[in-house]
Design a binder for this molecule. Structure first.
Ligand SMILES: [Zn+2]
Length: 97
């Protein structure tokens, strides 16, 4: 399985990478944060373990761990750039477009 295909933007209206990221920021992240608070779990505990659990499902399906780590590293680089960019503009962090 080639993860590059999953992390590349295809520059279309319905780019799979952007759609997935928007979904996480708009739907998943607020739910996870609310869940952490309600369950009195430390901040980010559910985010971190949830992400690891989701990635674990990929490993279970035969995706090599180093492919996942490479893909994650590339995605986090991209997210860091976006955060730096948003901060420069002075606006609040936003979903990717
Ligand atoms: Zn995209």
């Amino acid at each position: 399985m080639n993860l590059d295909k999953l992390i590349e933007h295809d520059d279309t209206e319905d780019c799979p990478a952007c759609r997935a990221q928007d979904l996480v920021v708009m739907a998943l992240l607020p739910a996870v944060q609310a869940w952490e608070q309600r369950s009195e779990l430390p901040q980010f505990s559910l985010a971190l373990h949830g992400a690891a659990g989701l990635l674990g499902a990929m490993i279970e399906n035969g995706v090599p761990r180093n492919s996942i780590e490479e893909a994650m590293s590339a995605l986090l680089d991209e997210i860091e750039e976006e955060i730096a960019h948003d901060k420069m503009l002075g606006g609040p962090p936003q979903g990717t477009a």
